[in-house]
Design a protein around this ligand. Structure first.
Ligand code: GAL
Length: 644
């Protein structure tokens, strides 16, 4: 697959006289793709039914004739004011029952039938007009489902849709009461129409109720996206993408991805470091201008798997892009530093190393008006080159020697499952405990050992061919998948909280079942810990935050200083009974990787590597030079070594 560059452009923000020159400069900078249209509804249809496509026709024409391929976004993330006036109750309602007002974006509830009809109408008109346009080479549905906390809505429309959803999921209200354990606190219902959304309850709602609401919200996104996809496919053969986000897990991306041709995501490494990571101060300072060394890579690997969801392909065949790449300081994080010179290039190459087909910089020109005035672009507001365009040109030149990626399966699989994430969210059992971060910590340890990793979904056919499979924290583990892992030839690591709840958030019945067939481990008690009360291991490392007392007949391969088992194994199956700190995780990876015959090497801080079928990459995420295999990597350095 060819490696390409692109940008996000808003012709409606600029005088038409400069479109041509913009297009020529994009081509000069080596860009192939230009994404447009996703926020332009008020210029396409300023008042109901008054359609003004001509400017968009001309913009597509100018860009296309200059040699660019256009990604056309459906404009449904920004319904104009008149749409809201027409359907006042389409607005999403927050957890406190307050409507979220017009005046920014994503002001809609996924369950509102009137808004769905407006979307169906505008997407149909757009698809009919541009479906056969030769310059439209891809589509993007909506923009960033989940951004600004917008897949959750406690509106009347959502409540009605939730009741319907429940009545389809359960045979009867009695069956639902039974499955949820509603006898507890007399929460039983006599009909589905009595069930409300799980907000504003006196104390926490039944976790089964909350989990059902997570599942419902996710399904609503799938339905909304599918509605658009069906219309686009009926009118166009161009591939369809959506731009996902960093650490947004409120909907099952594999389910949305199953309807799309390409997964893409919006990568803002410095914004994420400040806004999403919650890391220790020292880490924030060390990586302030480079971003976290694993966070972007983790999402690249995750979205490669999401890109493979259509047709359940092996993950290395997943098609994915970076639809928005941070080009300089952003405007939305608590602090917004400029990247270290070279990082825009590094981020671009890192995405290519993980299999990206395209990296598109957000945005072409910095806007001197409205919310994102202080968000850098490839050009300054006065149209002069901003630093990012120089780094893009450098990548353009370097791509001549490495124009394509040859993907291959990684030796290690790491499972990421959205339902488990929701279960941990519903019942963390301790402040700051999150499935996402447990999986990310595991990923970090694998990467510190120099491993190339595939992230895989929790699907029975996703595990073939791996030497080691890490599946931490799977609270949700259906029996067929348990059986698949139990039979696998790979070294398999599960735990903690494996299969701890059924699909309706009830504990499997006592006596506690073994963690999985072939692994005689049961959890007799669990505790969560303050961050400042680690449990030291025998040797280096500690358990932090979450720990299970386990019983079983397996071999204890890690234990606490006082002799409590931490990791227990039987054959190729290992149970990890807690959340290890980085030393503990490194020990676990060394142990399992050793038995799996993986080639590992412990990397110095901030150095990361990845292998494709034909090349090995090295990335220096630090502010110091690093030597590796005879190569000197300056700060933000990238080395690409073709494999013999
Ligand atoms: C993304 C969004 C863009 C822009 C960007 C700013 O989340 O899709 O429209 O707002 O952030 O960093």
């Amino acid at each position: 697959m060819k490696r390409t560059l692109g940008t996000c452009y808003y012709p409606e923000h600029w005088p038409e006289e400069i479109w041509q020159q913009d297009a020529e400069r994009m081509v000069e900078a080596g860009l192939t793709w230009v994404r447009i249209g996703e926020f332009a509804w008020s210029r396409i249809e300023p008042t109901p039914g008054d359609l003004r496509w001509e400017w968009l026709d001309r913009a597509i024409d100018v860009l296309g004739k200059a040699g660019l391929k256009v990604v056309l976004g459906t404009p449904t993330a920004t319904p104009p004011r008149w749409v809201v006036d027409k359907h006042p109750d389409m607005i999403a309602v927050d957890e406190n029952g307050n409507p979220r007002k017009f005046g920014s974006r994503r002001h809609y509830c996924f369950s509102h039938m009137g808004y769905l009809e407006e979307c169906r109408r505008i997407v149909t008109l757009m698809a009919e007009r541009y479906g056969a346009n030769p310059f439209i080479a891809a589509w993007q549905t909506d923009n960033e489902y989940g951004c600004h906390g917008t897949i959750v809505s406690y509106s009347d429309a959502a409540r009605d849709a939730f009741r319907l959803w429940l009545s389809e999921r359960y045979d009867s209200v009695e069956a639902m009461n039974e499955a949820w354990g509603n006898i507890f606190w007399s929460m039983e219902y006599n009909s589905f129409d009595q069930v409300d959304l799980p907000n504003l309850t006196v104390t926490e709602p039944n976790p089964a109720h909350s989990l059902a609401f997570h599942r419902f919200c996710s399904d609503q996104v799938v339905v909304f996206n599918r509605m658009q996809v069906d219309i686009l496919r009926a009118n166009s053969s161009a591939p369809i993408a959506h731009n996902y986000m960093g650490k947004i897990t409120g909907f099952d991306h594999y389910d949305v991805g199953a309807d799309l041709d390409i997964a893409s995501w919006d990568s803002y490494p410095l914004g994420f470091l400040e806004d999403r990571l919650g890391a220790e101060r020292e880490h924030q300072i060390d990586y302030a201008r480079q971003g976290d060394p694993d966070f972007q890579a983790f999402h690249h690997d995750l979205y490669r798997a999401v890109g493979a969801a259509k047709g359940n392909k092996p993950v290395e065949q997943g098609r994915w892009w970076v639809m928005e790449q941070q080009p300089g300081p952003v405007n939305w994080a608590p602090y917004n530093p400029a990247p270290l010179p070279g990082m825009v290039r590094l981020w671009t190459w890192e995405a290519f190393a993980h299999g990206a087909e395209a990296v598109c910089y957000f945005r072409w020109r910095q806007a001197p008006f409205a919310q994102e005035q202080l968000h850098a672009g490839m050009l300054r507001p006065d149209s002069k080159d901003a630093p990012a365009i120089h780094e893009a040109r450098q990548v353009r030149d370097e791509l001549v020697d490495a124009p394509e990626v040859q993907p291959k399966q990684a030796p290690v699989a790491l499972v990421f499952d959205y339902v488990s994430d929701w279960m941990w969210t519903v019942q963390p059992q301790g402040q700051g405990l999150s499935y996402f971060f447990l999986v990310l910590d595991t990923y970090r340890a694998l990467r510190r050992a120099g491993l190339t990793v595939d992230i895989v979904p929790l699907r029975a056919d996703a595990f073939d061919g791996y030497k080691a499979i890490f599946a931490p924290g799977l609270m949700h583990l259906p029996d067929d998948i348990k059986a698949e892992l139990a039979q696998s030839d790979a070294q398999v690591v599960i735990g903690p909280r494996t299969g701890a709840r059924d699909a309706d958030f009830v504990m499997p019945h006592a006596p506690l079942p073994p963690a999985m067939p072939g692994l005689d481990v049961t959890v007799s008690r669990l505790e969560t810990l303050r961050p400042d009360m680690p449990i030291p291991l025998d040797g280096s490392g500690a358990i932090t935050r979450y720990f299970e007392e386990i019983e079983g007949s397996g071999e204890v391969v890690l234990q606490t200083e006082t002799g409590a088992p931490v990791a227990m194994r039987e054959g190729h199956l290992t149970y990890m009974a807690g959340w290890g700190d980085s030393d503990a995780m490194d020990r676990l990876v060394a142990l399992i990787g050793g038995d799996a015959g993986l080639e590992m090497r412990q990397l110095p801080k901030g150095l990361r590597t990845r292998e494709t079928a034909t090349e090995r990459f090295w990335f220096n995420h630090t502010t110091d030079s690093i030597e590796v295999d005879g190569h000197t990597l300056p700060p933000a350095g990238v080395v690409r070594v073709p494999l013999a």
